[in-house]
Write a protein that binds this ligand. Structure first.
Ligand SMILES: *Cc1c(COP(=O)(O)O)cnc(C)c1O
Length: 479
C-alpha cells in the first residue's frame, strides 16, 4: 500500500491552526537548513490511510492466535471501560494521597487478590513486563543474600527449557547462569539439579507448568533441594494460565514470582500494550520490594517507601491502567471463574492436541497443560517442509501461526496455546486447517518454502528486518 508520504500532495492539508502571534526567535545554528517534510494530506486521506493500516494488522479480535507461552487470550471490553473511568485517567502521580484513595484501593485490592491466587504475601506493581518482573525478583534474591552477608551466592540455576528472558534477567542482575538439563520426561533432572546446587547457589528460576506444557510433578522436591542448599526459588508466572485457582506457586515452595497481567489476566498484549509484570514475594522478602507501596491505615490508604527496598524499577506505581483492567477481569470472573478459565485452557489444549496427534508428532505425548509442543523434525526430514514452512503456510488460511523454534530443546518446535477463550467450533476449524497444511507438506514438500502467497508481503528477510530495520522514509535525494 501507499505510504502516507506517497499520498502527500503539495498544499493539501486539514489542520486549522491560528496565526502565530508571538515572535519566533531561534538562535542561529539551531534552525533546520531544510524544509520539514511533513505529509500534506486531507482528512479523508489520513482516515483511509490508517483504516487501511489497521486492516493489515492481526490481533486476537481478528481471529485465532495460538502463540504458545504468550497466552493471547481475548481481552474483555469491560476492562477497557473501567480503565477509562475519569477517576483513573484524570489523575497525576504527584497529587496528594488523600485525593486518590480509590486508585490506591485498586492497587491494594489487586495485591490482595493476586497474592491469594499465587500464595504470596506482598506484591509490587512497578515492573512493566514479565522480564522486568524477573529482573526485580532477582534483585530481591540478591538483596536477601546480601542482608545476611552471604556474598558467595552468585549463581542462578536455569533449566534448559527456560524462556530466554530468564538467563537474560539473571545476567542483568549480576548473576552467573548455571544451565540445568531436562530429564527425558521434560521435567527438571533431579540428579542434575542436586549436582548443580551448592554454597554458591543464589536461586533457581522455573516456570511450572514448564515451556513444554508439562506440570513438573517433582516440584516439591525441586524447591526443597534448592532451599536445602540455601538458595531461593523464583517462579516465572508466564504459564499461570494453566493453574490459577488450582495450584499456587507459594504452596509449591516458591519465594518470589512475577505475573504477566498482559497474558494471564487479560490485559492487551504486544502492540496493544503497555504490559505489567508485578513481582510478588513471601513475607521475609517484602522489605526489599520496590516502592512506593500502598498501606492500609486507620484513615485510609497511605504510600510507604521502605528503607530496605531495592529501589524503584519504574516511575511511581507502574502501569496503573493495566492493573485496573486485570482487577476488573478477576472481579468479573470471581473465585470460580478464575479456576474455570484455567481448566478450560487446559481442556482446549488437550482437545487440539488430540485432534492433531495422529498426523503431527508431539514432543511429549500424554496429557498436556495449557499448551503443547509439536516436533516437526520427522516431517522436515521426510518432506523438506520445516516448522517455519508450516507456520508460514498457516498465514494463507487466515490464522496466526503458533510460536516457532521454542523451547530450544525441541528442534523443529511449534508450540500451540489455544487459550480458554476459543470455542469448540474455532478449535475444530483450526484443527482442520493444521491437518490440511500437513497433507500439503506431504504432497508438495519444499513448495511450502514459497508460503505465504495471500498476504501483503511474503517472506521478509527476518535477520535484516531485525538487525537493519528501515524505520524512516527516505525522500528522493536523501539517504
Ligand atoms: C512471556 C514470557 C516471559 C516474559 O514476559 P514479557 O512480559 O514478555 O517480558 C517470561 N517467561 C515466559 C515463560 C514467557 O512466556
Amino acid at each position: 500500500m501507499e505510504l502516507i508520504f506517497e499520498r502527500s500532495r503539495e498544499g493539501r492539508g486539514c489542520s486549522v491552526l491560528p496565526e502565530c502571534d508571538v515572535p519566533v526567535v531561534l538562535p542561529e545554528g539551531l534552525c533546520r537548513d531544510q524544509e520539514l517534510h511533513l505529509p500534506q494530506v486531507s482528512e479523508t486521506d489520513i482516515s483511509r490511510h490508517y483504516t487501511a493500516l489497521a486492516g493489515q494488522t492481526y490481533g486476537v479480535n481478528d481471529g485465532f492466535y495460538p502463540l504458545g507461552s504468550c497466552t493471547m487470550k481475548y481481552n474483555p471490553k469491560i476492562d477497557e471501560e473501567t480503565a477509562a473511568f475519569p477517576g483513573f485517567t484524570e489523575i497525576h502521580p504527584l497529587q496528594p494521597v488523600h485525593t486518590v484513595q480509590g486508585c490506591l484501593g485498586v492497587l491494594a485490592k489487586a495485591e490482595e487478590l493476586l497474592c491469594e491466587i499465587t500464595g504470596m504475601d506482598g506484591m509490587s506493581f512497578q515492573p512493566a513486563a514479565g522480564a522486568h518482573g524477573e529482573f526485580t525478583g532477582l534483585l530481591l534474591i540478591k538483596a536477601y543474600h546480601e542482608s545476611r552477608n552471604d556474598s558467595k551466592r552468585t549463581k542462578i540455576l536455569v533449566p534448559d527449557s527456560a524462556h530466554g528472558t530468564n538467563p537474560a534477567s539473571a545476567s542483568m542482575a549480576g548473576f552467573t547462569i548455571v544451565n540445568v538439563p531436562s530429564a527425558p520426561d521434560g521435567g527438571v533432572d533431579l540428579e542434575a539439579l542436586k549436582a548443580a546446587v551448592g554454597e554458591d547457589t543464589a536461586g533457581l528460576m522455573l516456570t511450572n507448568p514448564n515451556t513444554v506444557g508439562l506440570f513438573d510433578r517433582n516440584i516439591l522436591k525441586i524447591t526443597e533441594i534448592v532451599h536445602g542448599a540455601g538458595g531461593l526459588c523464583y517462579y516465572d508466572g508466564a504459564n499461570l494460565n494453566a493453574v490459577m485457582g488450582v495450584a499456587r506457586p507459594g504452596d509449591m515452595g516458591f519465594d518470589v514470582v512475577h505475573l504477566n497481567l498482559h497474558k494471564t489476566f487479560a490485559a492487551p498484549h504486544g502492540g496493544g500494550g503497555p504490559g505489567s509484570g508485578p513481582c510478588g514475594c513471601k513475607d521475609f522478602l517484602i522489605p526489599f520490594l520496590p516502592g512506593p507501596r500502598v498501606n492500609r491505615t486507620a484513615d485510609g490508604y497511605a504510600m510507604e517507601r521502605l528503607e530496605t527496598s531495592v529501589g524503584s524499577v519504574k516511575a511511581f506505581y507502574g502501569n496503573f491502567a493495566v492493573v485496573v483492567k486485570s482487577l476488573t477481569y478477576i472481579l468479573m470472573l470471581g473465585r470460580e471463574g478464575i479456576t474455570e478459565a484455567s481448566q478450560n485452557a487446559v481442556l482446549n489444549a488437550n482437545y487440539m492436541m488430540h485432534g492433531l496427534m495422529d498426523l503431527y508428532e508431539m514432543a511429549f505425548p500424554g496429557i498436556c497443560m495449557h499448551e503443547f509442543v509439536m516436533d516437526l523434525a520427522k516431517l522436515k526430514h521426510e518432506t523438506g517442509a520445516s516448522a517455519l514452512d508450516v507456520a508460514k503456510t498457516l498465514l494463507d488460511y487466515g490464522i496466526h501461526p503458533p510460536t516457532m523454534y521454542f523451547p530450544l530443546i525441541v528442534h523443529e518446535a511449534l508450540m500451540i496455546e489455544p487459550t480458554e477463550t476459543e470455542s469448540r467450533e474455532t478449535l475444530d476449524h483450526v484443527i482442520d486447517i493444521f491437518r490440511q497444511v500437513y497433507k500439503r507438506a506431504k504432497e508438495e514438500g519444499e513448495a511450502l518454502h514459497q508460503s505465504p502467497t495471500k498476504t501483503p508481503i511474503g517472506r521478509p528477510d527476518e535477520v535484516q528486518a531485525a538487525r537493519k530495520p528501515v524505520i524512516r522514509y527516505a525522500f528522493a535525494g536523501e539517504e
